[in-house]
Design a protein around this ligand. Structure first.
Ligand code: NIG
Ligand code: FE
Length: 418
């Protein structure tokens, strides 16, 4: 298939973009892409590719922007239950961490998720996955973490593997057994940390090798935060995971600065996420590492808070910056990377071009897949979106309306019948 007549073909070629390299879009005006067997075979001007491939099926982009599908490298897209009442409680003055300390928040979703079968988890999650796809996300990371006990955590992984196999949304998997202190260990975070390290991690590893044959081990993530896991407990969990061969991620500095970002850099984690209260020393450590700094602007927005990830300081330090939605039932019920970009432009002070780089090639790096997705280059997977606009800057400029007109996943045009 030859997709031609893109007003701007955003190739994002050349790999992940560090520091102020961020924002290189590699634009081909009046661009075209040749797709074969689900992969990109060539990019160039429409004239050139029409000449080189005269006999291909043609798809006319009609003078609109064509770019890589969004990669969303941080979501909690699988859960059961509803927390609308907590939104109201927060507006009335209760904080997120107070609600969690009182047994609500994540723990409320845990109670519901423990009751849910794989089939019902799959049904609830599938509609969210299609919504993300409709808004242009072609690959998303998805975390467990609403089980906090081995059996439910494994059911979540099982449902995620099924969802990924169904497609078309492609998933990257993360085990987040350390999302909160399990209710059975209230007041004993070290006891629960022992369970995560001694029981859950080895069990997940063995289960994965049996059920997800051929797939690399999932990421292991920790919520390093006041009221969840302190720095020492986070270190124990991540070091144990690393010993078992898992790649690492961390939730750091969402509400308090505990040093999680420097820990991530030290341990060679693939990403450190949230980074709202991150200290200058932590930013320097990230900038000197290959750990991707992931900003989640829907989260402070969702919590009606006013502090966002200090993106410009991270770029100044030479860091690799990515964006993600954080889709979850507590802080950010939003899986839309277009809104994520709009918020990042305003509150993280990124230009649309920087935000697009952070939501595509750098987001792919944040899940260790920059070699396969996140840009339009020969040999890469043909995951593309056609926007309804002719100028990429409308991403960021506009918000709250879907600018994605067509989604192409692995070379197939996806239609939205569900
Ligand atoms: O990224 N902070 C921890 N995890 C999520 C919230 C999960 C929830 O509230 O259910 C976050 O904000
Ligand atoms: Fe999160």
């Amino acid at each position: 298939m030859l997709l031609h007549s893109a007003s701007q073909l955003l190739t994002l070629s050349g790999g992940p973009q560090r520091g102020f390299e961020l924002g290189w879009l590699g634009i081909i005006p009046d661009g075209a892409v040749l797709v074969r067997d689900g992969l990109i075979e060539a990019t160039g001007s429409s004239e050139e590719l029409r000449h080189r491939y005269p006999d291909e099926d043609m798809l006319d982009a009609g003078g609109r922007v064509v770019m890589p599908g969004f990669v969303d490298p941080h979501t909690h897209l699988i859960w059961s239950g509803d927390r609308a009442a907590e939104f109201e409680m927060r507006l009335e003055g209760n904080t997120y961490l107070e609600i969690l300390a009182a047994g609500g928040g994540i723990l409320s979703t845990v109670r519901n998720t423990r009751q849910a079968s794989v089939a019902s988890l799959l049904a609830e999650t599938r509609s969210r996955a299609w919504d993300m796809l409709r808004h242009g996300t072609t690959t998303a990371e998805a975390k467990t973490g609403y089980g906090l006990e081995t059996a439910t955590e494994l059911r979540m992984l099982e449902a995620l593997l099924k969802l990924d196999a169904e497609g078309p949304l492609e998933l990257a998997f993360t085990f987040l057994g350390a999302h909160a202190i399990a209710p059975e260990y209230k007041g004993d975070p070290d006891g629960y940390t022992d369970v995560v390290c001694g029981e859950m991690l080895p069990t997940v590893r063995a289960w994965w090798q049996e059920h997800a044959t051929g797939k690399p081990l999932p990421f292991v993530d920790v919520f390093c935060e006041t009221g969840a896991f302190n720095l020492a407990q986070s270190r124990r969990i991540l070091e144990k995971a690393r010993t078992l061969g898992f790649p690492l991620k961390i939730h750091a500095d969402e509400f308090d600065n505990l040093g999680g970002a420097s820990l991530a850099a030290e341990l060679g984690a693939v990403s450190a996420d949230h980074l709202v209260k991150t200290s200058p020393a932590d930013i320097t450590a990230l900038g000197q590492s290959s750990t991707v700094a992931v900003g989640l602007p829907c989260t402070p927005f969702g919590l009606a808070e006013h502090e966002y990830t200090p993106a410009r300081a991270i770029l100044q330090a030479g860091g690799l910056l990515a964006l993600a939605s954080d889709l979850n039932p507590g802080t950010a019920w939003c899986g839309d990377m277009q809104l994520t970009i709009a918020l990042a432009c305003r509150y993280m002070r990124l230009t649309p071009a920087q935000a697009i780089g952070a939501a595509t090639i750098n987001a792919a790096a944040a899940i260790g897949r920059a070699d396969r997705i996140g840009s339009l280059e020969p040999g890469k997977q043909a995951d593309l979106i056609i926007l309804s606009v002719a100028d990429y800057r409308h991403l960021g400029y506009r918000f709250g309306m879907n600018l994605v007109q067509t989604v192409i996943k692995r070379g197939n045009v996806v239609t939205f019948e569900r």
